[in-house]
Design a protein around this ligand. Sequence first.
Ligand code: G1P
Length: 282
Amino acid sequence: MIKKCLFPAAGYGTRFLPATKAIPKEMLPILNKPLLQYGVEEAIEAGLNTMAVVTGRGKRAIEDHFDTSYELEQQVKGTSKERYLEEIRKIIANCTFSYTRQIEMKGLGHAILTGETLIGEEPFAVILADDLCNNEDVGVLAQMVKLYEKYKCSIVAVEEVPYKDTNKYGVVAIEEQPALKYGFQEDDNAFKVTDMVEKPSPQDAPSNLAIIGRYILTPDIFDILRDTKPGKGGEIQITDALLQQAKQGKVIAYKFQGKRFDCGSVDGFVAATNYFYDKNHS
Ligand code: G1P
């Protein structure tokens, strides 16, 4: 069973400067809720209750957010404003949060390896909070957890992107036929990964299937990451480590149901804001 979710949250958020100068990018709100809280809610919906956050310098607002603020509780107690704290109170009551700091920014693979101390020897989920996902029915991570229970191997969520954008993502090549291991419906969207490349130029991309910020990883990934040399951009890439598992036929690419917004970009952030505004006001 998957219980833990890792949130790499040490990055500088340079695309959102100056907003992210003193505020972690994970705390930027879509409507009145920080991006990271959406991620935590998605993890809870998937049945996970242990949140492991890899933070860095200047990210203390994250820890404060997932903690009780006694002053605030006193202020709003018995007033109509109390309802605004209901969701976050529930999260704090039902989950545990643990934190570790990434001292140097050496890539997503390095951030995940930094989280090993919080995860240990068990399969776990990874959510990149700036990829905001939403599905009316079952959430994206919950879909993946269900798939993991059948396949018991690493899983990456993928979606088609325009070829001109392949250089922004990890890109996978997949077997043509769905994995269809057990004949369940969602297996139609699960494919064995045969190759993966971090941020290829369009002409070098093995397909236009991009990895988005949802992963399920088996714990052997930590040993692989320890041996993974810096790749694209001189950083330790999770894509390169996953390729080692894929070579053994142990990575599934999952074409998820739902929407995903790249909230690390201003355009995606605005699109997400409009989408959630319309959703909440319809
Ligand atoms: C990271 C990963 C990339 C993945 C992307 C999803 O890139 O390295 O493989 O496709 O997240 O958002 P980043 O966006 O951190 O540059």
